[in-house]
Design a binder for this molecule. Sequence first.
Ligand SMILES: [Zn+2]
Length: 435
Amino acid sequence: MSSLASQSAELLQRLVRLNTVNPPGRERPAQELLGELLSDAGFECELLAADPQRPNLVARLSGAREGPTLCLLGHTDTVLADAQEWAHDPWSGEIADGFLWGRGALDMKSQVAAEAAAGAALAAEGWRPARGTLLIVAVADEETGGELGAKWLTQNHPEKVRCDMLLNEGGGQSFTYDGRRRYGVCCAEKGVFRFTVTTRGVAAHASTPQMGENALLKMAPLLQRLATRSPSPLLTDPAKALLRGLGEDPENPREAVRKIAAQDDRLLPIVLPLLGVTLSPTRISASEKINVIPSAARLRVDCRVPPGLGEPAVRAAIAEVLGDEQIEGFEIDFTEQVEGNSSPERSPLMDAISEWIAEHDPGASTVPTAMPGFTDSRHFRAAFPECVAYGFFPHRHQSLLEAWPLIHSADERIDLRDLAFATQCYRDLVLRLLA
Ligand SMILES: [Zn+2]
């Protein structure tokens, strides 16, 4: 292993051993560990906190001349883990079979370690940006939405984290398509529009059902429609860019889906959500009492919307799948409305990434892609409209189809060769973009 690779592996091990399960988070020791490493190397470091136990680290390496700011972003919190389900303890950072195991090994202490190790190595060698600024930012609280992390930081200290280019999580795992290895570069995040469907009836004693009107049973046809119908494809620019990148026709999404299925149908669960609105019913409630016919039933639906689209697109999808509210007798109330956003698929940052991949994995290429969920990139794009934000952490060996099921699951682990590959990539991108 090169010394840069062993530095990022060692740092990842140390980060995994700090339990930062969110909630409650407790990211402070992780931010301090990173802050110490980066300030020893020559960065100016600051901890900025909404909650003192959960600070965000902003590390800055300024160049001699004015120029663009490149930010390498990561979050140090993780989701929980049940050690009994794991082959290796989730907080051991154990290395076995060529993998480093542990919660956060993919999402996303690995990327945090790779970014910090690359930046620290450059600064320690005496390198400084010829122009512009390198920022390394490690935030808290991503896994529950960034209220104390990226959202708070971009809203309360925009001048500290303003950037022109941002690299974050959400892309980079490779997959094979049409005989060629592809690396997704995530350019967009879908929006979140959650709503409640309510049906109404008349309460009665459950022993005499004919005296009432059961609101829960009125939910049955609606659930049936959600199970059997989906909204028509609705492609915005990022989804079109993805299909074009795969060599498929964005004007004919149904045909594109057929071709993707023929290539590898395991890609469909990842690609299909990017092609339109998704409606996922997740919770239902009705009567408070077992012996009372419910007068109201409520179904919660988690709905994700292509970037740039809002409530009208959701209402159209609801009408298509569930029918007309008045005619079918249900009510819709939105409980959350956050629009997704995107960055252009063409930019100097994309060129640098694509050229790096072409050099380091000959024959492979990049493909612009999008996230069915969302990451902290959304907060940065919202705060800094000029910022080009991509998700990119290149995995050459552990493919998208291998890595994706491990995220938030048992036995999360990273191939050490990929950690080394990504660390080298960040180092080279920094040198190129801030030259
Ligand atoms: Zn993450």
